[in-house]
Design a protein around this ligand. Sequence first.
Ligand SMILES: Cc1ncc(COP(=O)(O)O)c(C=O)c1O
Length: 437
Amino acid sequence: MKHLFNPAVEEIPQAMSIRFNQMVYERKRAGQDVIVLSLGEAFFDIPMFDFKALDFVKGYHYSESQGIPELRERIANFYHRQYGVPVNSKSEILISAGSKPLIFMSMLCVLQPGEEVVVHEPCWLSYPEQARLCGARTRFIPYDVDIQDFLKFITPRTRMVVLNNPNNPAGRIYPAEGIRQLTELCADRGIYLMVDEAYSDFVLDDAFQSVGKFSPGKEFIIIINSLSKNMGISGWRIGYTIGHPEFIQALLKVNQHVITCASTILLMYCAKYFDEILSYTLPQARAVVEKRARVAEMMKGVGLECLSGGSTFYFFVSLGDYPGTSFDFATDLLGRYGISVVPGFAYGKSTDRFIRVSIGTESEERILYALKKIKGMIVETKASGAVFTTEQNQEADDSSGPDERQGQAEIETTLKETTAGKKQKSKRTEKVRAPLP
Ligand SMILES: Cc1ncc(COP(=O)(O)O)c(C=O)c1O
């Protein structure tokens, strides 16, 4: 008998970064060396603090669904100290099992089927899929539009704007004045502005401004953050949301039904050693951004272009006039050279001419080697006259589906055709929106 699933689940693709990282895990398990430029984290050196000092019996059990008060307090203090955002640890923060489910649960709190979420490309790949699971549609703002011009993309159906600041995958930091204006614009219209600040410590100066600074009352703002990137603790699955007390109460109900609580013992550990951990991780986050600046010079030297950005550990690298899709490129790069990147099409509607390169886990020597191979593959493939057969109509109109992006199935077809080595007449219809800024 045929299995019947929710059509929204049938429609969403796998998370492309995780899919490529899965291939990396498999290759590594088979003993192969892979230059990993696909992983969404930077590896920090963090010592192991004393687990035995924790109340283990307490740790074996469920804990408060809003997150244990000690850790809420540490995070609230941190947000005030580090970003100048006052946070009431009793009413304005909720901790759960990673920011990913918190983003989804926040969408569930706000969105109704048929409503719209507005995101700026290149956008973190789970926003549109999570919105789709809520029955909402995504409206993509092309990457070359400034934050001051977002108003043009707001419609009567818009219920939420999602911003990732600093941004994965380009490393862009949004200007403070733009965020202030957007905060006002959204509050005036009763639209929630969700700002995912997961990379807020990967900055060199004070260019990053939390959205919380522009809305101390937190009316219609939702701040997302986590310990995964900033503190290098992705595997323990601890994230948090800061927002208006009424919103936190709504989120708490969903969290009670979906997660219950994050791992109690790990919350206890993070609460006890929060400031010690930070004393190790904050300088390392800064060092990663300094490394990013050196890699940006390498990119120039090799002749690769990328979207502008100076934070995080990501680059969104242009494929120039490489004749295939970003999926073709990433697949071929892994197959030929054992270098893993994430195809750009996963990050928006106008971003298939890019790949995401993450420099958080490899040495500069290996990164330089990989960049040369990337450049070489772009040039050689173009020179070889290879033709790909992608049918990627990215100009799909609003009525064509729950969001404005092409289907995964079409991309998969391309993979089969290209790996079979067939050369066919190009049926390519996609357009690149604008030259690189
Ligand atoms: C922008 C952004 N937000 C959220 C997440 C999810 O992080 P976590 O669920 O580990 O907190 C990621 C992970 O890749 C991310 O890049």
